[in-house]
Write a protein that binds this ligand. Sequence first.
Ligand SMILES: C[S@@+](CC[C@H](N)C(=O)[O-])C[C@H]1O[C@@H](n2cnc3c(N)ncnc32)[C@H](O)[C@@H]1O
Length: 335
Amino acid sequence: MASETVELDGVRWPVVDGILWHRLGRDALRARVVDLLDAGDVDGARVALFADADDWWGEPPPPSSQLAQVVSAGTLREAMDLLGYGRVGDYFAHRWSDPTYLAGLALLEQHWPGERPVVEVACGIGHFLRELHQRGVGPLVGVDVVFSKLWLAQRFVCPAARYVCADVTAGLPPLDLPGPAYVLCVDALYFLRDKPAAVAAMRALGDVLVVGHAHTPVEVHSSGEPLTLGQYADLLGADVVYDDDELTSAFLARRAPVPGARDTARAVALVSGTTSPGPDLSQPVGPVRPNPLYVDGVRTWPSPRWAEEYARATDYLPETYAPGPRSLLDLPEHW
Ligand SMILES: C[S@@+](CC[C@H](N)C(=O)[O-])C[C@H]1O[C@@H](n2cnc3c(N)ncnc32)[C@H](O)[C@@H]1O
């Protein structure tokens, strides 16, 4: 994967391991990484970008000597430990099992990208991109504001996608798409401070906007500035809305989700643009492995916080291992 600099609008931006880093408003970091690349120090450039986080993250980065080891981590979880991900590491390591992920799958099943290119904004470490790639969707572009997440996505979760590091509220660099995109954004819109700017940037990419798991003020988490259902719907010009809990139920019951949501919904999903239903995503493509939340056959939550936030997982993950909707997972080879 190339590490170089590219010039866009008269500014030199770093590309490290094939990932364009285009985070506006971080000039000192940009200049430092460009200097490191000019000096041939790709390892130093990567470590400098690994230390950069999003604005909600309050922890200091791990020491550079620790970040330098990430490149030789054998597994996704080892890499996340070295990056100091903490509870975010639990979220990503077990994303395949949480009820909001199932809601995302139900949303995709009902509103499939078809032949369109897909841009996933705030893609995290690429779980949904992996799912789409396995079902033949592409080309795929993942955008996130945190370089290390994209690096993990590329290394461990979905190497087939192209990744661009950028803050969607500050505008995106040209993504060189072959046509109007299907733009996906799951479990992230409520985080973004300037939501109108983010939605404008997403709209500029394509004709279908699919937003999953947008928290409302009914359930406020430590990070995020949620809107009400009506505010989200207006902002997105939504054609269809769903209650996220209904999407999870529909996925588990193997039926189409019932559109509509009340003001009491804790999180909602919204779609703007015309789509058709897609394939059944309940059957992993494989090869499959037993869900690692079972240790010696006994359900073992990653943390009390995870168990509390995703309490609904008890509906489909019984206390002792048994065949069920999430008992077998198609995890990345080096999970
Ligand atoms: C809770 S995670 C969801 C990840 C992924 N969409 C999923 O559902 O698995 C939220 C993501 O939003 C990203 N993010 C936060 N602010 C952002 C911004 N301004 N621009 C782009 N991505 C952002 C974070 O880095 C993080 O990866």
